[in-house]
Design a protein around this ligand. Structure first.
Ligand SMILES: Nc1ncnc2c1ncn2[C@@H]1O[C@H](COP(=O)(O)OP(=O)(O)OP(=O)(O)O)[C@@H](O)[C@H]1O
Ligand SMILES: [Mg+2]
Length: 254
C-alpha cells in the first residue's frame, strides 16, 4: 500500500481558477519525489492539498490508508501533525532564538502564544538540540534566528519540521532563495533525513540539476495536469521542452 495516494485530484480556487485538473499518482514510503513545472503549474497548490492546508474540490487523497480529502477538526490536526512543511522563505520567528524556533515544531503548529516558552519540558529541549545537530547547526542554538544566513535558517526550519517526527516532509521550493552551494547543503540534509530517518520527502524544485541529483522519482505539472511521472534520468530534451515549453533553456546549478 502506498503511503500517499492521489486520485483525480482537482482544485478550483474561489475565484473560479482551476489550478489542478485531475491529478493521479502514488508515493511509496521512503521515496524522494520531486515536483517540477513552470511557475503557475500548480505545484504549491498540490502540496497544500496533500497536507490539507486547502481542501480539494474533487478527487481523493489517501494517506497511510485513510481518506483525508475532506477531514476536519481532530482528524485534520492529526493528519497535519504527521506531515512536516518547509517553505522557500523559511517562516521562522525572526526575533526568537534558534532553539525556540526548533521547539515550536513540537507544538504541531506555529504558536500564537510565546508565554509558554519558559515551560517547555526539558525533553523537548533535548530533542530540539538533537534535531539541530542533525542539520549541523546545534552550536547556533542560542542566537536569534534572524542573525543566521539563509541556508542556516532553512536548516533550522528543517529541524523544526523534524520535531514533529513526521512520516512525510513537504518542501515548497526549499532552496529557491539560496545560492548554489547553500542549495546543495540544504538538499543534502533533506537527503540524509530521507535516507537515515526513513522520512518520505516531496519537494518542489526549479533546477533540473538538483532534481537529477536528489530525486528518486519526478512528476511534472503543466497547467494543472500531470504530464510526466518517472525517473529523473528519463527527462530527455524532448520531455524538457514538453514540460517547460519551446523557449525554455536549462540553467545548471552545480
Ligand atoms: N488563492 C488563489 N486564488 C486564485 N488563484 C490562485 C490562488 N493561488 C494560486 N492561484 C493560481 O493557481 C495556479 C497555480 O498556482 P501555484 O501557486 O500552485 O503554482 P506553482 O506551480 O506553485 O507556481 P510557482 O512555481 O510560481 O510557485 C496559478 O495560476 C495561480 O495564479
Ligand atoms: Mg509555488
Amino acid at each position: 500500500m502506498p503511503l500517499l495516494s492521489v486520485r483525480d485530484l482537482t482544485h478550483t480556487y474561489p475565484n473560479g481558477f482551476q489550478a489542478l485538473k485531475g491529478i493521479s499518482f502514488d508515493v511509496e514510503a521512503g521515496e524522494f519525489l520531486v515536483i517540477i513545472g513552470l511557475s503557475g503549474s500548480g505545484k504549491s497548490t498540490l502540496l497544500r492539498c496533500i497536507n490539507r492546508l486547502i481542501e480539494p474540490t474533487g478527487g481523493t487523497i489517501t494517506f497511510d490508508g485513510a481518506d483525508v480529502t475532506h477531514i476536519t477538526s481532530d482528524a485534520l490536526r492529526k493528519h497535519r501533525a504527521q506531515i512536516g512543511m518547509i517553505f522557500q522563505h523559511f517562516n521562522l520567528i525572526p526575533r526568537h532564538s534558534v532553539i525556540n524556533n526548533a521547539m515550536y515544531g513540537a507544538l504541531g503548529s506555529m504558536p500564537a502564544f510565546s508565554s509558554i516558552l519558559g515551560r517547555f519540558a526539558t525533553d523537548i529541549r533535548t530533542r530540539a538540540i538533537e534535531a539541530l545537530r542533525i542539520v549541523g547547526i546545534a552550536e547556533k542554538s542560542d542566537v536569534r534566528a534572524d542573525t543566521l544566513s539563509g541556508g542556516q535558517q532553512q536548516r533550522v526550519a528543517i529541524a523544526r519540521a523534524l520535531m514533529q517526527t513526521p512520516r512525510m516532509l513537504l518542501a515548497d521550493e526549499p532552496v529557491a532563495s539560496l545560492d548554489p552551494s547553500t542549495s546543495h547543503s540544504v538538499m543534502s540534509y533533506l537527503d540524509k533525513i530521507n535516507n537515515e530517518m526513513d522520512t518520505t520527502v516531496i519537494c518542489n524544485l526549479h533546477f533540473l540539476s538538483l532534481v537529477r541529483q536528489y530525486a528518486t522519482r519526478v512528476i511534472a505539472l503543466k497547467n494543472g495536469e500531470l504530464v510526466f511521472n518517472g525517473s529523473p534520468h528519463d527527462i530527455t530534451e524532448q520531455w524538457f521542452t514538453a514540460i517547460y515549453g519551446e523557449d525554455a533553456v536549462e540553467v545548471e546549478i552545480r
